[in-house]
Each structure stands twice: as structure tokens, then as C-alpha cells.
Design a binder for this molecule. Structure first.
Ligand code: F0G
Length: 465
């Protein structure tokens, strides 16, 4: 037995901020939630946020801004052209990401649209480390075909590879052999792969990838949406990076790439915004011409001056170690509670969300009755917690055959907004998931009764089977 003196001292750490303003939450009754989800066609995207208790739909645009960012809003320069906030933002992107040229966009998909239009021609192939919904769609709309070149481990929810976002270089080489380098304008790499469960890419992998692509004259563009979270994992897991700052790791990683697009609604702690940055001056000329057609003038790109200011400040806050540690560790706290109860989730625990393995939880349901969509609906009915399907509905239909794509991962994403919820909220979420898990045998699945043409997961409607 331990005496008092021998007992380990308990030294907890806590969120690196205090709360200045609160937003009350409303609890609903189970019958109210049954009605709400039926009216929403069993699609959590179609719920009213007023009917939601803890909102884990997404970490996109849902962050709490800091007092400095709110102060930044008051410094908005709403000039149509040449706003001072633009120059501030441009300087921060250069300083932290290292790219020479930047255009703002209204959000990430605006930037995806521009880069796809600027670089992809009909019949091209765009390899990437797993698809993301809007990224792939813009590549396809520009005439390209997406090819998944992520390592096989990423498609296995139980594989604990530390860098499950890595690109399989052999798959890239095979694609080059098959279609020829001139049909591959660029490889699209995402920092922390959203659809794989928020899994990171290692520095070694991007370095080797760059060498391979250089041999064939293929460019490398980065989806930097959650690249700061990726940098945290590199610091934690990769030999030689423990003593490097998040900012140094971010800059080194970006240095292997030719440019990046950004949904600032994630890493950068703002509610709206994005940008597209490149090193090549000719590409910059193209995108800064395209931006005026689709987004706005090249010095605002669809954003208000004040929003660019909040974003510029957000970049500097996002790379602070205390911030990013609290962010990733809060997600890990929730995940570990679920693992303690043997609830199947994607491992290792990623940076922005916990992904419930719906195929393992609802093992009695075939993928065609939408197990993840059903699980997200049941979780909402149980407790008012809103999550999101990331499985067969999100994957959509094959562009050629029109059949459902059947992804290996059929997941429910519990996405944690940044700086919004406390550890107690995580406890409540874990207990609700446990309740739904315990009742898993009762689930019967759904049928789709309305399917929109593009990005169907946002607006599709279902009925209970
Ligand atoms: N890339 C990644 C990796 C994303 O996660 C998102 C958005 C985008 C690009 C597009 O950016 O929404 O600003 O237009 N992801 C959100 C999500 C919607 O919930 O994961 P956007």
C-alpha cells in the first residue's frame, strides 16, 4: 500500500482560456426530438440548431473567437479595393505558411473551385490522400478524375498506424505509369485526413512524395484546412520534431508543396473565410483573375474586411502550442472515454473529431440501409446531440456507373468545435453514445426518399425502415 507521501501528485491541466460570454443551451424532450428528426428526414443537416443540445455536426465555422479577434472586427476596413485587413492577412499567410501569393475566398470550397479550374483539364487525374466531398466534386466538375492514393491502413478503422494520412508512393508511381505524368497536373494532399478520421501525414512522407513528384514534374498542392492539427501530431509522434515549434513544423511541411487552399473556418478559429496561396506567379495570375469572377475582388475574395482581420489574428492564435494541445487533447479525452467502454471508434484518435464505427456498432445492418445515417439519428433522438454521417451517403454515386460508392469506412463523426464546449460536455456526450450503443440491436436502418444531384449528404431525406 502507498503512504500519502509516495502517492503520485495529481497535476491536471485545463483549457488555456476563461469564458467571458456564454450562450445558453436548451434541452428538449424525447418526443420533441422524435418529431424534429422525422421532420428533418432523418438528416441531421436538416435540423434546426434551436432543436440541438450539443452540436457536434462540424468543427467548421463553429469556433469561439477570442476577445482579440472580436476586437479585430472593429478594425475592419471595408474598402472595396486594397483593404488594410487584406494586407495583414497576406502577411500572416506568408509568415506562417510561406507561400508567395494569396487570394482570399469566401470559404474553402471557393478556393477549391479556383485551383481546380486553374490547373485541371478534361481527362486529367488528380491523386489524393482519400477524397474529401467538396474537393473531389470541384476536381470532377473541372473535368478531372480523383484517384485515392492513401495507404491501405487508412481504410481500416482499427489499424493504429501513427500516420494514417500518408500517401502510398507505390500507388502514385503506378498511376503515373498507367496514365502518364502529363495527365496529372498535381497531387492533392490533405493535412489530417478528414474522411479517414482526422489522421495525419508525416513529414517524412511529404518529403519523399515531393522527391517522387519532382522526378516527373508533377506539382503538389495542400489542403491546409487542418494542417496545424497535423503539425501537432508530427511534434508528438515523429522523430526529431519534439523540440520544434508548431509554427516551424507548419512552415517546413508547406515548404514541400507548391501552394495550398484553406477553409479558415477550421484551424483559423473564424466563423467564415478561406484563402488560396501559391508560389508560382503564372498560377497566381490565373487564380487572381478567376477570383474576381467567382468570389470578389482579389483583395477581399468574398470576405468582409473585418472578417479578414479576425482571420489574420486567428492564424497567430492557432499555432500557439497551448491552444492546439488543448484542442487535440479534448478530442482525445472524449475518445478515451468511449474506448474505456469498448465502443468501436476509429483509431488512433484523430484531431478534430471522434468517428464511431457504424459498421461495427450496427453489425446487423447492411450498408445499403445507411447504418451511419441511422446511428446519427438515434444519437440525436436519445440526447439532442447532433453528429454527422461520413459513410455511404457522403461518398455519393460513382460518376460513371451511377451506383452507390461503397466506402470501407461507414462512420458517424462527433466533431468538436474549437474552444466552445467543456470537459463536462464531453462527459455528457460519452454517456449518450454509450446509451445508444447499448440499444444498438434495436436499430432497423433507413431508406432514402429524396436524393439531390450534388453532395447528397447535405440535403438527402430518409424514412425509418
Ligand atoms: N477541405 C477539408 C478537409 C474540409 O474538411 C472542408 C470542409 C473543406 C475542404 C471545404 O471547406 O466548408 O470552408 O467550403 N469541411 C467541413 C466539415 C464542411 O464539416 O468537415 P469549406
Amino acid at each position: 500500500m502507498q503512504t500519502m507521501g509516495q502517492q503520485q501528485k495529481r497535476r491536471s491541466w485545463a483549457e488555456p482560456y476563461k469564458i467571458k460570454m456564454v450562450e445558453p443551451l436548451k434541452m428538449t424532450s424525447r418526443p420533441e426530438r422524435e418529431k424534429a428528426i422525422a421532420e428533418a428526414g432523418y438528416n441531421t443537416f436538416l435540423l434546426r440548431s434551436d432543436d440541438v443540445y450539443i452540436d457536434l455536426l462540424t468543427d467548421s465555422g463553429t469556433s469561439a473567437m477570442s476577445d482579440r479577434q472580436w476586437a479585430g472586427l472593429m478594425m475592419g476596413d471595408e474598402a472595396y479595393a486594397g483593404s488594410r485587413n487584406f494586407y495583414d492577412l497576406e502577411e500572416k499567410v506568408r509568415q506562417y505558411y510561406g507561400y508567395r501569393f494569396m487570394v482570399p475566398t469566401h470559404q474553402g470550397r471557393g478556393a477549391e473551385h479556383l485551383i481546380s479550374k486553374a490547373l485541371i483539364s478534361d481527362g486529367d487525374f488528380i491523386p489524393g490522400n482519400m477524397y474529401f466531398t467538396t474537393t473531389r466534386l470541384h476536381q470532377e466538375l473541372a473535368g478531372g478524375t480523383f484517384v485515392d492514393v492513401i495507404i491501405d491502413e487508412a481504410h481500416d478503422p482499427q489499424n493504429s498506424h501513427p500516420f494514417k494520412g500518408n500517401v502510398d508512393l507505390a500507388k502514385v508511381a503506378a498511376l503515373i505509369d498507367r496514365v502518364g505524368a502529363d495527365k496529372i497536373p498535381y497531387l492533392s494532399i490533405a493535412g489530417t485526413v478528414n474522411m479517414a478520421g482526422g489522421q495525419p501525414v508525416s513529414m517524412a512522407n511529404v518529403r519523399e512524395l515531393r522527391t517522387l513528384l519532382n522526378r516527373h514534374g508533377i506539382k503538389l498542392y495542400l489542403d491546409a484546412t487542418r494542417m496545424i492539427e497535423n503539425a501537432y501530431f508530427i511534434k508528438e509522434r515523429e522523430e526529431g520534431y519534439q523540440d520544434r515549434t508548431i509554427a516551424e513544423i507548419l512552415l517546413e511541411f508547406c515548404n514541400y508543396t507548391d501552394g495550398a487552399w484553406m477553409s479558415a473556418k477550421k484551424d483559423h478559429l473564424v466563423n467564415i473565410g478561406g484563402w488560396l496561396a501559391v508560389n508560382d506567379e503564372a498560377v497566381f495570375q490565373k487564380i487572381s483573375n478567376l477570383v474576381v469572377i467567382y468570389e470578389g475582388l482579389h483583395t477581399y475574395g468574398g470576405m468582409a474586411g473585418r472578417d479578414m482581420q479576425a482571420l489574420a489574428i486567428g492564424i497567430t492564435e492557432a499555432v500557439q502550442y497551448d491552444h492546439i494541445r488543448a484542442r487535440v487533447e479534448q478530442v482525445r479525452y472524449l475518445g478515451n472515454l468511449l474506448l474505456d467502454w469498448s465502443i468501436p471508434i476509429v483509431r488512433p484518435i484523430g484531431s478534430h473529431a471522434i468517428f464511431l464505427d457504424a459498421l461495427a456498432i450496427y453489425s446487423h445492418l447492411p450498408q445499403e440501409v445507411f447504418p451511419a445515417q441511422s446511428l446519427a439519428a438515434e444519437l440525436y433522438v436519445d440526447s439532442g446531440i447532433r453528429a454527422m454521417e461520413r459513410g455511404i451517403v457522403s461518398a455519393g454515386r460513382d460518376a460513371q456507373t451511377g451506383a452507390h460508392r461503397l466506402p470501407k469506412l461507414e462512420l458517424v463523426r462527433l466533431t468538436i468545435p474549437r474552444r466552445v464546449y467543456t470537459q463536462s460536455h464531453m462527459d455528457v456526450v460519452a454517456e449518450a453514445v454509450k446509451e445508444v450503443y447499448d440499444k444498438r440491436k434495436e436499430a432497423t436502418g433507413l431508406k432514402m426518399v429524396y436524393e439531390p444531384e450534388y453532395l447528397r449528404f447535405f440535403q438527402a431525406r430518409f424514412e425509418r425502415l
